[in-house]
Design a protein around this ligand. Sequence first.
Ligand code: MTE
Ligand code: MO
Length: 386
Amino acid sequence: MDGMDPRESPPPRASRGPSFRGRLHDARTAVSLGRLLGAAIALCFVTGVLSHYLQRPPDWLADALPSRPVWGYRVTQGLHVASGIAAVPLLLAKLWAVYPRLFVWPAVRSVRHALERLSVGVLVAATVFELFTGLLNTVQWYPWPFSFVPAHFAVAWLLAGALVLHIAVKWPTIAAHWGRGSSGTRELPAADGPDRRALLTGVAAAVGAVTLTTAGQSFTPLKKLDLLAPRHPDHGSQGLPVNRTAAAAGVTAVPADWRLTVEGPRSYSLTYDELRALPQYETELPIACVEGWSKSARWTGVRVRDLLERAGAGPHARVRVVSLERRGAYRVMEMGAAYAGDPLTLLALRLNGHVLSADHGYPARIIAPNRPGVWQTKWVSGLEVL
Ligand SMILES: Nc1nc2c(c(=O)[nH]1)N[C@H]1C(S)=C(S)[C@@H](COP(=O)(O)O)O[C@H]1N2
Ligand SMILES: [Mo]
């Protein structure tokens, strides 16, 4: 940003490339926007890494993942998607503030300068990639040949590394322009202060607008304002959004002789009526989809830990859950000991007092606390003690 101070005399006309005399292409503006964007990216990164390990824990972590607080994943994933969405206007403003740097001449002054430009290039590309793929994922649109989760996860680390490097390289500029009375502004009265304030107010308004019109998809008190989110918490069968319908999963008819099989030291199977005759429990738990929507509902069914105990499982057993679905990434799910043993984890038969609809997993589905929606397996056909 150095060399961009608008108070410096403009470059002579003969210099190569366009000249930028806009007052807000300066270091102070870049730092003001950069710290907001940096905060959004940091929050997005931390909640994203958390989500990744909750979804795909390495074996040594699987039994240690906590099933409380019940709303934990709802909050962290809500923040992940909200901070990603908020980062979009911040990124656009930041790129606008610094884009004249793209045209510096000579393009490369030294090896150090070349490396700095390269790292900024990686940072911008990784950030655009993350926000773009993440945003399209929230609408379940995947117009690319790679698989979303591993790519989004890998590039997140690239972004984090490039951001740390960028902050380190720019530290002198950042420190000089951080606060109101910082050395960057103390000596000269800031003639461009009102302009900068107007720009930042406009950016804040844009961030507020995109946040308020999307946060209702997971933060239900804001659902009336939920105009831009792909999901509305009230739209869907039985008043709950549906991610994958029964038709999309190919579970069009549940076999008339459906039974829940429970495999373990003492395997057994139960008909639907036999399941209903077992002690039923009720719990209020959210479905918290990784794509950013969440909604609480009242679930009724049989405790998973009771079913496992009856099959002879020990108190710290893991369980594998298998769905009627023929194929699909979520046909088989494994649940660590903390979830399987939690008294709130149910094989649910009812939703808000009614028999599950086909889209919500009839005849039976898993509902567990503090768990990504992808692992709330629908159309369950069997449990296996591991
Ligand atoms: N068998 C199976 N279960 C599944 C899925 C699936 O594709 N197949 N989708 C999961 C996802 S991604 C979510 S968010 C929740 C959504 O539950 P709902 O559609 O009942 O709201 O179901 C989960 N259970
Ligand atoms: Mo989901």
